[in-house]
Write a protein that binds this ligand. Sequence first.
Ligand code: NAD
Length: 360
Amino acid sequence: MKKRDFHEKAAGARPKERVDLRPDGPGLGRILVTGGAGFIGANLVRFLLKHGNQVTVLDSLASGRREYLDGLPVEFIHGDILDWTTVQRAVAGKHGVVHLAAQTGVPGSLQDPRKDCEINVLGTLLLLEACRAEKDQAADEANGWHRHIPRFVFASSNAPLGRQAPPATEDKAPLPISPYGASKLAGEAYCLAYHGSWGLGTVVLRFGNVYGPFSDHKGSVVAKFLKDISAGNKIVVDGDGQQTRDLIYVGDLCRAILLALESEVSGEVFQVATGIETTIRKLAALVKETIRSDTAVTHGPARQADIRKNYSEIKKIRRILAWEPEVDLRRGLRMTLEWFEEWRDTQAQWPRAASVAAET
Ligand code: NAD
């Protein structure tokens, strides 16, 4: 398969069908995606293009991959969300910002809580500040410029809720148990504060456990199991495997993000997941079934500061944004596996691809 075919195909939820990247609607306009070269970002950028938007990506490539965006008509800014000048430039003239760039996990936050705080708290604050500056420009009619006040969608998770009993809901008091949970909670709080103080159109989405295409660089559970099996290794389940997660296919998540961008709802928090609780043990069995593997499953030590039972109630997003998850776990795993197989073929055919990230 040619590299371009692969990217066109991977743009939608159904890998078996060729997905046309020509816009099928007018779109919201110019959208900035921070962290757009990462897992969720690479899927979202395609989704936004498909829905008629112009996309700018701001990414430091700390963990994302430039080649995930190869061949796409996007403006790519290789930079850090902690650099104020870069952030201002990236936000200028945008109709919407989807803020995905982050230190993305509990283990990284335990290793370096200060870095986690800088990226997730200060980085988010700088982006909100840049949106506020756009709002000020828009209000300054004397200069005759036509500016937009960007809507702002923030990627959060259930980590802020920490030791709250499941299901995760929007109205439970956050009780984080990791620095990552604390930094995401601070990001949520700043989004709400910028709405309360300056009327910015901010929406917080708390993602469940996301899986899908463009996750080759991830250590999250589905990507890890698929990579372990294909490398001929055993599946290693952390702890007893009875811990649970709410697994959401990335295509469903992209729809929720677009709805949040396009809606007029602001200053709100939404759980975005499926409402279905799956044990990691059961997930390991489903991944084995999908890949038709008889690989052994072993158990490693339990993770530090891991949430034991984790699933979400999704009544609020259903009611207010009319969003519904559509892809069940078996189907989502098949589509993810298919992407991993194609990605491996592509990498074999295009050995340069792995080094492209270093060039920008
Ligand atoms: P990812 O690591 O694939 O993507 C993050 C992107 O941010 C990467 O491309 C990385 O290079 C970029 N980045 C990191 N630090 C940066 C910085 N200082 N400046 C600019 N770019 C930077 O992770 P992902 O899984 O796609 O996660 C995206 C967002 O969703 C994150 O905010 C994460 O916390 C949140 N989230 C993800 C999940 C999940 O299951 N994947 C669940 C809940 C929340």
